[in-house]
Ligand binder design. Structure first.
Ligand SMILES: [Zn+2]
Length: 380
């Protein structure tokens, strides 16, 4: 009995144990399922969060022209990687440089529920041998990608002159050998830019072109002024380590470690054209080195001061006035063209020898603007 009982008891024990084990297993399984379900939910939420964050930064996939140009920029600049360029999700404006390279732009649009207090146009790389002036705009775009609050509506072009930068020996000028910062329209452009260029000894690095806006890059820039109607323009250059300002009201005294020093205006320069003629404030940031980036603290210090100044100083009524000036300037230009003719191109037959006449500079070198420094007077 006992023996039979024992097995029965054992059976019962075994059954009880089996039941308990099954129950425990069910309980464990149930908890596992719960944990699994919770994990799944957390993963979904995490992925959704990532997707949302990704959406906030990347509004559209990079198109082939963007990928191609980012590849060239990544090869050229030590401070901008291919991945870093692609992560900015630039868009193709559709405008092409003389050599057919895309002019890329990133828009930081108004955000729902907040009317921006102004429109800001930020431009880097007008001169192709000023590497830091391109790199720092990418850095500031990274900041905007993370912190764009809708305070301003931004149009950002990190590289206005892709032909100047993206070649073996980067150069100040565009592929036609034109200084884009002398090719903007100013009323007496034909006479003044000719006289100015002669005063430089017909320096090929200052060649203003045959007519204002003769170049696709400068033309695109002026169209941005006309269409986007910025309340302020920020243009980045190197290597003079100062801050310049044109237009109303008064410029910022400091931008981080840079101090205001009014350099003066030149025929066909952006500051003259847009700042003086259109009364739109133009802040020109002259970084101290063309081939060496400011420190992280300096990069963010300048940005903080810039945003602070813009917040307090954008002259709101200027936009209307600026719009009205387009006709005046166009009329003054055509009148002066009839009177004065156009500046002759440097050299006689072609621009073929122009590139070799320029200081050859490569990414990663200090690349000081040798000829400008020799002149002893900062110009941008
Ligand atoms: Zn420059």
């Amino acid at each position: 009995m006992i023996r039979s009982h024992e097995p029965g008891h054992l059976n019962r024990l075994a059954q009880t144990s089996a039941t308990a084990i099954v129950a425990r297993m069910r309980s464990v399984l149930s908890r596992s399922r719960l944990i699994f379900t919770l994990l799944q939910a957390a993963t979904v939420m995490l992925l959704a969060g990532q997707a949302h964050a990704a959406e906030a930064v990347a509004t559209a996939p990079n198109t082939q022209p963007v990928i191609d140009e980012c590849t060239r920029i990544g090869h050229k600049l030590g401070s901008v990687s291919l991945a870093g360029c692609l992560a900015r999700s630039l868009s193709d404006t559709g405008t092409r440089s003389v050599n057919g390279q895309a002019i890329l732009m990133k828009e930081y649009p108004p955000l729902p529920g907040r009317k921006p207090i102004g429109r800001i146009l930020l431009i880097g790389g007008t001169h192709g041998d000023e590497y830091s002036a391109v790199s720092i705009v990418f850095r500031w775009m990274e900041t905007l990608d993370q912190h764009h609050s809708g305070l301003f509506h931004w149009h950002v072009t990190p590289l206005l002159n892709p032909d100047g930068l993206l070649q073996k020996h980067s150069q100040r000028l565009n592929a036609h050998g034109v200084d884009l910062n002398r090719n903007m329209p100013t009323p007496d452009w034909y006479r003044q830019s000719s006289a100015y260029w002669q005063s430089t000894g017909e320096d090929p690095r200052r060649y203003p072109g045959t007519a204002p806006l003769s170049e696709p890059e400068s033309n695109w820039l002026y169209e941005q002024v006309r269409q986007f109607k910025p309340d302020a323009i920020v243009s980045v250059h190197a290597p003079f380590g100062v801050l310049d300002f044109d237009g109303p009201p008064e410029g910022p005294r400091d931008l981080g470690f840079l101090h205001l020093k009014l350099i003066g205006t030149y025929p066909g320069s952006l500051g003259n054209s847009v700042g003086v003629q259109h009364h739109i404030p133009v802040i020109t940031v002259e970084l101290p080195y063309a081939g060496i980036m400011p420190t992280d603290a300096q990069v963010s210090g300048m940005w903080g001061d810039l945003v602070h100044w813009l917040r307090l100083n954008i002259p709101k009524p200027s936009t209307i006035e600026a719009k009205a000036r387009f006709e005046d300037i166009a009329q003054a230009l055509s009148a002066s063209m009839v009177q004065e003719g156009t500046p002759a191109a440097p050299g006689t037959a072609s621009d073929g020898g122009l590139t070799t006449a320029l200081p050859a500079t490569d990414a990663g070198t200090t690349a000081p603007d040798a000829q400008v420094i020799e002149s002893g007077k900062p110009v941008h």
